[in-house]
Design a protein around this ligand. Structure first.
Ligand code: ADP
Ligand code: MG
Length: 648
């Protein structure tokens, strides 16, 4: 960066994109620009306090750490200054001219998701507002261009050798900016941002308006904020107050300050611990879902304070990943104030806090599950997806298993939930297994042919809708001595101790001769299918379906197998046993056809089609054209026979 550099510099492409969106599509809630500027000023002050605590000496060490806003209606300006860290010329260009690429991409992805959500829930439009996600991805600064047609940022670094000059960054937010040296005396240390308000944004030069925005969005900023000389915020450290004295509204408004979420939290957990570490934590369970498997995968953690001084935002050592849904902070007496951010990793104290936070949170969730069932179910629907990952946590595995929720064949609605404990309570005496079936939704689970035996026996089956669920089952292994098993791995013996609950109309038994012919039919079917199947065998698990594919070793489930194949980019079709239902009308008809003509072409078509529909149920469809051709041929024949039989 050259000192005389008066030349215009271009914003990076992704900045332009973000700027364009901010200035063109976000008209509601423009006031949050002030929240972003104040939060940046507060961060800059935090950084000075942090370094002073480590023994560094800033310029003008006696200067108060504070934020001042001045308004000038005639000049149409709002000016905000802080005595914080400040920036040199290079930092001005870097911090205010680029966005970490991931930041802007994540913002755009999150914005798109938000818009989709709005389209699906039109009644939520007022609540869901893109402005809420601005601060999350390191683009808060640019929101000022929602209200400004020109912005000057004048800054003087707080640390460094000699007498640093101030530099001024100027832009109209359209595509270019400049950075120049300036003789300005202000600021002596830190940053002054002069916002030239657009004509339709002059409300932000009104003192009462600015004060009310600060009360609404920035009440808990830990430094005094003055508007035209008067302090506008209260800055209490809410988490240090005794629990009994805090009202729900205070918890809620602190949450809003912390997260910018416009829904109040689902629940709050206020922890105060003395041993084995001394700390206070204020933890919230949001009432909104976050996308930890997509755009927000890196945006979690708790704010870490040492004796009320902010050490780090979003510290990830304080929580296991499966509790990433928690928002809030931890304030400890046990960390030295002069700790460097680098040594926070692998820190013993943080690890102990992590353990306590985990135990307390599990306790909190257990209590909620016991005393406030509906609330717990809401928690599960919002955060169950990430919480499930807790099956990794060996130490707390049983507690986590007891907090898992599932849909199941015994429940009436798709969003009803059961715990493992409740499932055990409903199971017949002899049962010692959690049976599960995997499918994209309830209907698919219900129609899985492997379910038929379980329906007949009246044995409840857990429905797993997400691919990860099977890993969870696998990882848990057992719960209270009960095993987890997939219905498709139920051998012929598995349910033999259970009485039939439903007695389907039994097909007339086959004569000995027909029995022998049926064996021959199965051999013929194997011949037709060749090495697509290991064998064709009699099934004892089917009631309504004609056939099903079964793994020879009873090992992996079809869904797990498919997942692994996708991961390994293997598109081959697994070779399995084709089990057929001898009592099914289709097989009975096929038997007749076989007896009449054991080389019948119709039998050929039918066998292949039957096999295809089994593959379809398992999620494999490799040759749709051939399948469609076969279907059409059978349909054509069936239609011809129908017209003949009905004489039409
Ligand atoms: P974020 O705050 O999430 O990093 P912003 O867009 O709000 O993203 O700010 C970008 C960067 O600009 C900040 O990270 C910081 O380095 C710098 N910055 C902004 N405002 C100030 C300020 N008042 N004092 C010092 N640095 C600032
Ligand atoms: Mg910011």
């Amino acid at each position: 960066m050259s000192e005389e550099g008066n030349e215009k510099r271009e914003f990076r492409a992704e900045v332009c994109k973000v700027l364009h969106i901010l200035t063109h599509s976000l008209y509601t809630n423009r006031e949050i620009f002030l929240r972003e500027l104040i939060s940046n000023a507060s961060d800059a002050l935090d950084k000075v306090r942090f370094r002073v605590n480590r023994g560094e000496l800033p310029r003008l060490p006696d200067l108060d750490l504070e934020i001042r806003i001045t308004l000038d209606k005639d000049a149409k300006t709002l000016t905000i200054s802080d005595t914080g860290l400040g920036m040199n010329a290079e930092e001005l260009a870097e911090n205010l001219g680029t966005i970490a690429k991931s930041g802007s991409e994540d913002f755009l992805a999150s914005l798109a998701a938000e818009n989709d959500r709005k389209a699906e829930n039109p009644e939520e439009t007022a609540a869901a507002d893109a402005a809420n996600i601005i601060g999350r991805f390191g683009i808060g600064c640019y929101s000022v261009f929602m209200v400004a047609d020109k912005v000057e940022v004048i800054s003087r670094p707080a640390f460094g050798e000699g007498e640093p000059k101030a530099h001024v960054w100027t832009s109209d937010g359209l595509g270019t900016f400049t950075v120049e040296t300036t003789d300005s005396e202000e600021p002596e240390r830190g940053t002054v941002i002069k916002v030239h308000l657009k004509d339709d944004a002059l409300e932000f030069a009104e003192k009462y308006r600015v004060e009310s925005i600060i009360r609404k969005h920035s009440a808990y900023v830990p430094f005094p904020v003055f508007v035209d000389g008067e302090q506008a915020n209260t800055q209490p450290a809410l988490w240090r107050e005794p629990r009994a004295s805090i009202k729900k509204e205070q918890y809620d408004s602190f949450y809003t300050h912390l997260t910018y979420d416009n829904k109040p939290p689902l629940d709050v957990e206020h922890i105060s611990v003395d041993v084995p570490v001394q700390f206070t934590a204020l933890l919230y369970i949001p009432d909104t879902e976050r996308d930890f498997f997509g755009s927000e995968r890196d945006y979690w953690g708790l704010d870490l304070y040492a004796r009320r001084v902010l050490i780090q935002h979003n510290n990830k050592e304080l929580l296991p990943e499966y509790l990433a849904f928690l928002r809030g902070l931890v304030d400890t007496e046990d960390l030295p104030l002069n700790i460097s951010r680098e040594t926070l990793q692998e820190n013993v104290i943080l690890r102990r806090i992590n353990q306590v936070v985990t135990k307390q949170t599990l306790g909190h969730l257990e209590k909620m599950a016991r005393d406030e069932k509906e609330k717990y179910n809401s928690f599960w629907r919002l955060h169950g997806k990430i919480f499930k990952l807790g099956y990794h946590d060996f130490v707390n595995r049983d507690r986590i298993a007891s907090l898992l929720r599932f849909n199941s064949s015994a429940l009436a609605e798709a969003d009803d939930l059961t715990s493992l404990e409740d499932y055990m309570g409903r199971a017949p005496e002899a049962q010692k297994t959690f049976w599960f079936v995997t499918g994209p939704n309830r209907e698919a689970c219900r129609l899985n042919p492997h379910m038929e035996l379980f329906r007949k026996k009246g044995v409840e089956v857990l429905y797993l809708f997400e691919p990860i669920d099977e890993f969870v089952m696998d990882g848990l292994g057992k719960y209270k001595e009960w095993e987890f098993r997939a219905v498709e791995n139920a051998g012929p013996e598995a349910l033999k101790d259970f009485e039939d609950k439903e007695k389907p109309e039994a097909a007339p038994p086959l004569s000995d001769e027909d029995s022998t012919s049926f064996d021959a039919l199965m051999a013929r079917m194997k011949e037709i299918l060749g090495d697509k199947v290991t064998s064709v065998a009699l099934s004892h698990r089917l009631a309504d379906s004609p056939a099903v594919l079964v793994s020879p070793d009873g090992g992996m489930t079809a869904s797990m197998e498919k997942l692994l194949k996708v991961m390994q980019k293997d598109d081959s079709i697994p070779v399995k046993i084709l089990e057929v239902n001898r009592d099914h009308p289709l097989l009975r008809s096929m038997l007749k056809i076989y007896k009449a003509d054991n080389k019948s072409r119709v039998l050929d078509e039918m066998t292949r089609s039957l096999f295809d529909s089994c593959l379809l149920v398992d999620g494999y469809l490799k040759d749709p054209q051939a399948l469609a051709a076969r279907q059409n041929e059978i349909l054509t024949q069936a239609a011809a026979w129908y017209t003949e039989v009905c004489k039409i």
